[in-house]
Design a protein around this ligand. Structure first.
Ligand code: NAD
Ligand code: ZN
Length: 242
């Protein structure tokens, strides 16, 4: 809990939250760029390469091995950050969550307007006939998951070298332009073009909640260098009355 943040939240009606992998580390899903993140782990090929379009097309079996081991965490549960953001939307204070995450934890927490810039592990489609499949189908499939028609079932996640969905981008720009408070958290702001979206924010109050400095640190009205779940956890819950 941070008194200044709570004050700013109390004064706002159109909060937009922009987040990334750091929002889900307290749920047990590793991020990419932290000390124990996926980018620091040894491997023959970098995660950026494995998660790229050309690698997926060329080495689908390697792609799916990495994806299933490192990206599919279907047992993870929402943490205090996800739950608080969902509550703020219900209270009519938050207009949207914009996320770079693909884990679906904001929706699991009850958030309704979630703009998923990089797609979701929960949507998977046959590349030939378009038939939909759930995440469990991918997880329990040995090797490359195939549709009944023989086509490869591809997760609806944006790989490196693939464009972002323009409808999602437009909607994100729209909510950012109208926001009265921007809370950015759990993101290194290093992945483009997603990170550049925060520049569309039309207001003057930015709160940054991150374990480390980012390129936005200098522009923040409030800089909170701490864990985001702990920071967003509601006061009442802390006092044990909720
Ligand atoms: P990133 O790994 O580049 O950066 C994460 C940032 O969050 C770091 O600055 C780190 O210091 C901070 N952080 C980590 N845990 C935190 C916590 N508990 N509280 C506050 N700050 C915390 O992540 P990114 O900027 O989202 O970019 C990585 C890309 O990888 C994204 O495009 C995303 O799609 C993808 N990704 C998604 C997931 C997921 O869906 N959960 C997990 C890993 C990677
Ligand atoms: Zn098919």
């Amino acid at each position: 809990m941070n008194a200044q943040l709570e004050q700013m939240i109390a004064e706002s009606r159109r909060i937009v939250f922009f987040g990334g992998a750091g929002v889900s580390t307290e749920s047990g899903i590793p991020d990419f760029r932290s000390a124990d993140g996926l980018y620091r782990q040894d491997g023959d090929v970098s995660p950026e390469t494995v998660l790229s379009r050309h690698y997926f097309v060329r080495y689908p079996e390697h792609f799916f091995r990495f994806y299933k081991e490192k990206m599919l965490c279907l047992t993870a549960r929402p943490n205090a950050a996800h739950l608080r953001l969902a509550a703020l939307e219900r209270e009519g204070r938050l207009s949207a969550v914009i996320t770079q995450n693909i884990d679906g934890l904001h929706q699991a927490a009850g958030s309704r307007r979630v703009l998923e810039l990089h797609g979701s592990v929960h949507r998977n489609f046959c590349m030939d006939c378009g038939a939909p499949y759930g995440a469990e189908y991918i997880l329990h499939n040995d090797g490359v998951p195939r549709c009944a028609c023989g086509g490869i079932v591809k997760p609806d996640v944006v790989l490196y070298e693939e464009p972002l969905d323009s409808a999602v981008l437009d909607e994100a720009i729209g909510v950012l332009r109208n926001a009265d408070l921007l809370i950015v958290g759990g993101t290194s702001l290093a992945v483009w073009p997603a990170a550049s979206l925060v520049d569309f924010f039309g207001g003057d109050r930015i709160v940054l909640i991150n374990r480390e400095e980012t390129r936005l640190s200098g522009r923040a009205s409030l800089l909170i260098t701490a864990d985001i779940g702990e920071t967003l956890r509601p006061t009442l819950r802390r006092e044990g009355t909720l």
